[in-house]
Write a protein of this length. Sequence first.
Length: 360
Amino acid sequence: MPLEFSIRDDQQHTSQQELEAIFADPGFGKHFTDHMAVATWTKEEGWHDAAIDRYSELSFTPGSAVFHYGQEVFEGLKAYRRADGSIWLFRPEANGERLARSSQRLALPELPVADFLTSITELVKIDRNWVPGGAEQSLYLRPFTIAHEDFLGVRPAHTAAYYVIASPVGGYFTGGVTSVDIWVSLDSARAGAGGTGAAKCGGNYAASLLATRQAQEQGCSQVLFLDAADRSHIDELGGMNFFVVTAQGQLLTPELNGNILPGITRDSILRMAPDLGLEPVERGITLDEVLGGIADGTITEAFACGTAAVVTPIRSLKVGEQVHSLPQVDSPWSLRIRQNLVDIQYGRIEDPYGWTVRVC
Ligand code: PLP
Ligand code: COI
């Protein structure tokens, strides 16, 4: 039986004037819409009590498992307002499928993809006035499932809760579409073989925060993590996948080795690449290969990609005290890829892949 999200509140609680003020400078994840989607799961009843409710504080007992053992998974996707005012999602079923895979890895209940899609579309419809229409702006949607049970035994919880919250956003990095400096962490890892690297769970991000602080202290915006086992292959960034472009027209990204999040942006770029004139290659890539390629000119570009970051060119990789600067290229591939992607997302060009879904 599909879940029905009953509407507990459908009022707009924020004035149009307040919305305009937020849209003037939304930042990323600072403001939240008037509503949220909620659903409850118990071992006995499965998923039930689904609703769209007012965005509000949640009440949990301190014994709730999520606070102790981090049994939590989340997603990130965006709703885009097009020039004609209509609102669209980008590959939302891929996020629903990934949430289900992450849930399975974290021993959390899997929300059926159809119910995931209902939760997203119902929330976006109710909060449609919160979808900004400015350049590169969107409504960032954050679905998440948590272990809710008030129990300290270390075992999968018997009760869980699912929520979707939404936040109007501009660019993830301050300063607009600009290139970023990246800190390569030589001593910490975010994930290891058999671990949760391929799942989108809070614990992976918690593991990345100390290195993120080090990156910031080094004047860098993000951390690039290496494979935990050999410390030589590149995995991904703290919250983005990693690509390089070669002088021979190859678009290289680390293969999905179980430690890397299978990014939907990553997958979309790999699928677009041949149509743009690049040869996509997924394989193991060592840090030495990248640094050597930057030095001898065989690697011309590097970029980060993800829902939040879209496609963000990398200006330099900092390894210890050494700064390895990428060359300045005219008409970089990264910006052409970015443009093609956002043009599809905002409906400015045809979507030959069938990725975009209209909400309202
Ligand atoms: N890798 C990590 C660790 C991320 O947090 C994200 C962001 O979601 C990505 C990669 C990119 O994934 P996607 O393109 O699906 O947003
Ligand atoms: C996303 O891109 O959706 C993420 O979850 C990554 C995070 C840096 C916001």
